[in-house]
Write a protein that binds this ligand. Structure first.
Ligand SMILES: [Zn+2]
Length: 700
């Protein structure tokens, strides 16, 4: 259900006084959670002292263990292992201490695993791979989504915890299918009797042997996992709500919830280059799928699972927080253990950030993005990429498009494929002048119909590569899914081209560039009548020895851009992957090509001038327009260090007038002259980690 993003919410941070009022809605007010992931040995902690530390740290809520694998209270359920170090009721004492300090408490449950106690009693409740081996890890056993632990016993644990403790929220760790263990080993998908019978009941066939598209049952298995995970999340949600409706359910974006907790974490095994945009990416996704729900992206203090006490730098946390608030997220900071970290470097800077957020929360929450451009995020296309010709490029296409929009300083949101069957999808899409579909190969008929309607009503779709060439199960279509597409009769993709596109004199705005290079894919198809072509694909040229490196054949082998009107709008298709090339090579012509095509179809809410690696977003709330600027200059590869402040930026903002303020520097912001296009120009104070300019909106 859509909730208004612009509601003026009651003031937060009233501490204990707000606990009695408006309790169900606390997560819709600004919050700053500190998540303590307790170890068994933390049983001896002093709750009063921890609550005071969290409060002094600037937190408004604390996440604290309740139960699941181990109970941190005296559970009466025989298969629910008690933390052996517990002498009293740690959870209950902590809840009382949190209350005294005016903190909310989110109870942490890990229902994804049980101990040997439960496994020995009911091995059939737990994951067993094809070889019949349980997924054991340090004496814990992964529970099967379709087994008796997940479907019944975990809910008994939950009932016990929720009925005993008046928790403000509940967080559930690692729910769903998790074949990869903490060591990063894939232990194999579950082949237990419950999975076999549930899968046979749903699809009338046997489980796939492998989790890839070479197995004909794999597409069904993707759907199976999704349906059963959603049903499990719904069970958890209903169980809590029946007992205590005021407890807010934190979701992970994959099932029923009141608000969302996503997580930012490095995994050292991820392929280079380092991707510094994970916080903004998650926050944008949270905004898209949340449909008005609050969301936060817990910033994990540690580097990776294997090194729980190797801390990320404070500079990394600040870059993460800057991206998150720029994209409407709340704050969550995740410690393994307590505040006595062996590396204290991040703690004081994060504390200062928390205090700043506390003072400025009203401008950071309940806002609504003013972006006019959206990047299409498709979990379906991600999951089924392995079934498509260019699927190996999928992730880099998406990230290339992400970087390209950000580095072209075009404010953008996500639209998610999970929104596309909403009853009000036309209204949701109508907020955007342009939607970019980066090689979004797999798409349902319903998604395609929603895009066609969006284009017919005046929107512009800019698509690349194989967009719409497959259905939502990865089966290749005979035609592109969008009826509004400027091309038809797709032919077989050409891989491994090493050539160029020639840019015509009058084509776009490239006064100094005549060629844009192409490495890799080209997707030939027939232009529909009325389609306008730009850029010419050059036949492959000789490139060695140098004496022979000159063009010998200038005939066009196909267009680089096809554009066609459809109703009031248009579809622009690039039958190649410039965003993938931008991700890899970072040359300006690929970025500028797409940026120019976008700018033809929209008038951005801002323009930013001046050198520097800056992300810019625009958010509105009531009479204010907030412009967020995030400085990436502290990141070099995998290192996140103190950034130099970026000075000399000039910002043009539409629809503002009068005097505003900068929330970080404290400077007063005088709005300057308004140009012919209606942009009011402002001198931006130097931006250290990030800055938020609050500007009065012009009266209509
Ligand atoms: Zn199973």
């Amino acid at each position: 259900m859509m909730k208004s993003g612009g509601t003026i919410l009651p003031r937060l941070d009233e501490g204990i006084r707000t606990l009695a009022t408006d309790k169900q809605m606390w997560w819709e007010q600004p919050y700053r959670i500190v998540q303590t992931n307790l170890r068994l040995i933390d049983a001896s902690l002093d709750p009063a002292s921890l609550a005071r530390q969290a409060r002094d740290f600037g937190a408004s809520a604390i996440t604290f263990n309740v139960g699941g694998i181990y109970a941190f209270y005296p559970t009466e359920l025989p298969l629910h292992a008690r933390n052996p170090y517990i002498t009293g009721d740690l959870t209950g004492e902590m809840l009382a201490a949190a209350r005294r300090e005016g903190l909310r408490m989110v109870g942490r449950f890990d229902l994804s695993k049980g101990t040997k106690l439960a496994y020995d009693a009911h091995p059939e409740w737990f994951v067993h791979n094809r070889a019949g081996e349980p997924q054991e890890y340090n004496g814990t056993y992964q529970a099967c989504v379709n087994g008796g632990w997940a479907k019944d016993y975990a809910l008994q644990i939950l009932r016990e915890g929720i009925s005993r403790y008046d928790l403000d929220g509940a967080f559930f760790n690692m729910t769903g299918y998790q074949p990869v263990d903490y060591s990063g080993r894939n232990r194999g998908m579950c082949h237990c009797a419950n999975c076999q019978s549930a899968f046979a009941g749903m699809f009338g066939r046997e489980l796939p042997e492998r989790e890839d598209f070479s197995d004909p049952a794999y597409a069904d298995y993707i759907l199976f996992k999704r349906r059963t995970s959603q049903a499990a999340a719904q069970n958890i949600y209903d169980t809590v709500k029946q007992l205590r409706p005021s407890t807010g359910i934190m979701g992970n974006g994959k099932g029923a919830c009141d608000f969302m907790r996503l997580e930012i974490q490095r995994a050292v095994s991820r392929p280079a280059p380092e991707w510094p945009h994970q916080p903004g990416e998650l926050a944008r996704w949270g905004a898209a799928i949340g449909r008005g729900r609050a969301y936060s992206c817990a910033s994990t203090n540690f580097l990776d699972y294997q090194w729980r006490y190797a801390s990320e730098t404070s500079h990394n946390h600040m870059l993460r927080f800057g991206q998150q608030i720029a994209n409407g997220a709340q704050i969550d900071y995740y410690l393994l253990g307590l505040f006595d970290q062996p590396n204290r470097e991040p703690l004081e800077p994060v504390h200062r950030f928390m205090e700043w957020h506390k003072a400025n929360g009203e401008h950071l929450t309940g806002t609504r993005s003013a972006a006019r451009v959206a990047l299409y995020h498709s979990r379906t296309a991600d999951l089924h990429a392995g079934a498509t010709a260019s699927g190996k490029t999928r992730n880099q296409c998406f990230r290339g498009a992400y970087r390209l929009l950000l580095e072209a300083r075009i404010p953008f949101d996500f639209v998610s494929d999970e929104q596309m069957e909403d009853a009000d999808i036309a209204e949701q899409l109508a907020r955007y002048d342009v939607i970019v579909l980066p090689n979004t190969a797999c798409m349902s008929d319903a998604e395609a119909a929603a895009f066609d309607a969006y284009v017919a009503a005046g929107g512009t779709v800019i698509a690349t590569g194989e967009t719409g060439l497959y259905d939502d199960r990865g089966n290749r279509r005979g035609e592109f899914a969008l009826a509004s597409f400027p091309a038809g009769a797709p032919r077989e993709a050409i891989a491994g081209l090493e050539t160029y596109f020639a840019i015509g004199e009058a084509e776009l705005d490239f006064p100094e560039t005549r060629l844009a290079h192409l490495d890799g894919w080209y997707f030939p198809a027939a232009a529909k009548p009325g389609a306008e072509a730009m850029l010419s694909l050059m036949p492959v040229q000789q490139y060695g020895p140098p004496e022979l490196c000159f063009p010998q054949d200038l005939a066009s082998a196909g267009p680089g851009v096809l554009t066609r009107a459809h109703g009031e709008g248009r579809v622009v298709w690039l039958p190649w992957l410039p965003e993938w090339l931008y991700f890899r090579d970072g040359l300006a012509e690929h970025r500028d090509l797409l940026a120019q095509l976008i700018k033809r179809a929209t008038r951005a809410p801002i323009k930013l001038e001046g050198a520097g690696a800056i992300e810019v977003t625009v958010r509105d709330k009531g009479d204010c327009r907030m412009v967020h600027l995030v400085n990436y200059a502290g990141q070099r590869g995998s290192a996140y260090e103190e950034p130099p402040a970026i000075a000399g930026l000039r910002l043009g903002v539409r629809d503002v007038s009068g005097t505003g303020k900068a929330l970080v520097s404290g400077a007063e912001i005088a709005s300057g002259s308004v140009d012919a296009e209606g942009y009011c120009w402002i001198d931006v104070p130097p931006v250290k980690y990030f800055e938020v300019l609050v500007l009065p909106r012009a009266k209509a």
